[in-house]
Design a protein around this ligand. Structure first.
Ligand SMILES: [Zn+2]
Length: 317
């Protein structure tokens, strides 16, 4: 290849390279503004919808079928509920009914719903659990085996106060919130333990004890109505009850401060007061309790069971 041929090839290469690249902007060209990056938000999925109430008599229960457990049941709105042969009120206006299982439940819990002479029934097999034993010493003796007539009189008076709190039946559906833990801390005693207090066998421990410093905020685990708020009870110290509806009532013992009053409507996560050590306690902790009508339930089971049960009633599109 002679010299002229090489030059032609170089021009050709230059030309083809130039064609593949955008022309360089003129030196004096004004800077081009970079368009702002706009993030397109992902479409928000609609909140899951709970299936509508049944329009004919049926019964479906979802939950933790264990000793101290809890279930949400769905039936015809207003249906009369019977549990183990006892009348237990009626399903609410959306057909919801709450059922709790005793610590000593054995075999099946029989649930039925009745409306207009028709009855549907279900036998729920309840699983047994094993419970621990707890010895607590150093409690004030008058909170274990009270003998002082003034103390006995006070205990009787306070039993009436608590019974009024337990008798509350607010028309709310707090259990549909699911439960969140009411205080940050370490669980220092589980629910259902057999207890020996100052060497004397006592009733099982019907609370979940959460050890936390005095003043730690206590939050409502779910919405409801305050059915008891007393700052100074013999056994419980500062005591609050929240009625979540359908006979489900949660309790907060040994409180050092109360931020709510009887009749207050509370929402999930709302601070209701603070941890303390008053009453039958050896140190600061929250004793968190839960009752369904006259049955004691395990709040730590309800913590997961209510959310899961609710999830199973979500309408499938
Ligand atoms: Zn306790």
């Amino acid at each position: 290849m002679h010299k002229g041929g090489l030059f032609a090839l170089a021009v050709l290469l230059t030309a083809s390279c130039a064609a593949a690249q955008p022309p360089a902007p003129p030196a004096e060209a004004p800077p081009v503004a970079t368009p702002p990056v706009v993030a397109i938000p992902a479409p928000t999925p609609p909140p899951p919808t709970l299936a509508p109430a049944p329009t004919s008599l049926s019964l479906r229960c979802e939950g933790a079928f264990v000793q101290g457990g809890i279930a949400l049941c769905r039936t015809l709105p207003g249906a009369q509920i019977t549990v183990d042969g006892e009348a237990r009120g009626a399903a609410d206006a959306q057909g919801w009914a709450v059922i709790g299982f005793d610590r000593f439940a054995e075999g099946n819990t029989n649930v039925s719903a009745r409306s207009g002479g028709e009855v549907v029934a279900q036998a729920l097999p309840i699983s047994a659990r094993t419970f621990g034993e707890q010895r607590v010493n150093g409690l004030p003796q008058q909170t274990v085996t009270p003998t002082d007539p003034a103390v006995l009189e006070r205990i009787a008076r306070e039993r009436d106060i608590k019974n009024r709190g337990f008798a509350s039946r607010a028309a709310v559906e707090g259990w549909l919130d699911g439960f969140v833990i009411p205080a940050d801390g370490r669980v220092s005693s589980s629910w259902g333990n057999r207890r020996i207090l100052n060497g004397v066998p006592n009733t099982p421990h019907y609370g979940v004890d959460i050890a936390a410093p005095d003043g730690t905020p206590i939050r409502a685990p779910a919405g409801g109505v305050v059915s008891l708020a007393n700052p100074d009870m013999h056994y419980e110290g500062g005591l609050v009850f929240i009625d979540h509806g359908q006979g489900l009532i949660s309790m907060y013992l040994h409180m050092s401060r109360l931020d709510v009053r009887e009749g207050d409507v509370v929402t999930q996560g709302q601070v209701i007061g603070a941890v303390g050590h008053e009453g039958r306690a050896t140190g600061p902790h929250l004793c968190w309790r839960l009752k369904w009508r006259d049955r004691n339930l395990d709040p730590s089971v309800a913590l997961t069971a209510l959310n899961e049960a609710r999830g199973r009633f979500i309408a499938t599109p």
